[in-house]
Structure formats: C-alpha cells, structure tokens
Design a protein around this ligand. Structure first.
Ligand SMILES: [Fe+2]
Length: 124
C-alpha cells in the first residue's frame, strides 16, 4: 500500500494536533467522567494510600528482635511504595483541576477501604 502524501506533512499534522491537545491539559474532549466525582474518589484513594504509609511506617519502627532488620526494611519499602502511590494520586487530582486533601482530620473516614481504617485503629 502506497501513501502519496509526504511523510513529513503527516508528522507536522500530528505535532500540531498533539500541541493543541497539550494545551487542554489532562482533560481532553474524550474525557467522559464527572470531574467532581473523579476528584472525590481520588481523594478517597489518597486517604487510603496515606493511611497505608502510616501503617507500614509503624510496622517499620516496631520491628524488633534478632532477625528484625530484613523485616523492617521490607516494611520500609512498602511505606515508600505507598508514599509514591499517594504522590501519584495527588498529581492526578491537580491535573484534573482538583485539590488533594492531606487534612489528617477525617482521613480514616475518607479512606476507601474500611479494613484499612480498622487495621490502622488497631495499631495505636
Ligand atoms: Fe498503594
């Protein structure tokens, strides 16, 4: 199959379209979700991730005993992973025009997983 149009003009058109879409940010014409609902759900995800950070940090600091060091390091890695997830969610919220909720007040209630909130309460 042969295309008679010069390849370079296709690239230029693709670049023009890409720049046009980049100016719109994360919300493109094909974005179909309700933004308020999306940000609300993402803030619940953010709360869950932050609760997980705290839980794994507690496990890290509470690991004791002769063989605790590798276990503590595993908990620390999980805490760092959860912090990365929280950061990624917060970035996405701002991309959608929302505000990430880092307020500790109500965080357990915002957490998407009741078991996460329950587990954290049991670690006090
Ligand atoms: Fe996570």
């Amino acid at each position: 199959m042969t295309n008679n149009r010069p390849f370079l003009s296709d690239i230029e058109e693709l670049r023009r379209r890409a720049r046009q879409d980049m100016n719109r940010g994360a919300i493109t014409a094909s974005y179909a979700l309700d933004l308020t609902q999306a940000v609300d759900i993402l803030n619940k995800v953010l709360a869950s991730e932050l609760v997980c950070v705290l839980r794994y940090k507690r496990h890290f600091y509470m690991s004791q005993g002769l063989h605790a060091e590798p276990i503590a390091q595993e908990f620390l890695q999980h805490a760092n992973d959860e912090q990365l997830h929280a950061d990624q969610v917060a970035v996405r919220i701002t991309q959608l025009g929302g505000a990430p909720n880092f307020d500790p007040a109500g965080m357990l209630e915002r957490a998407a997983s009741p078991s996460t909130a329950r587990a954290t309460r049991s670690l006090r």
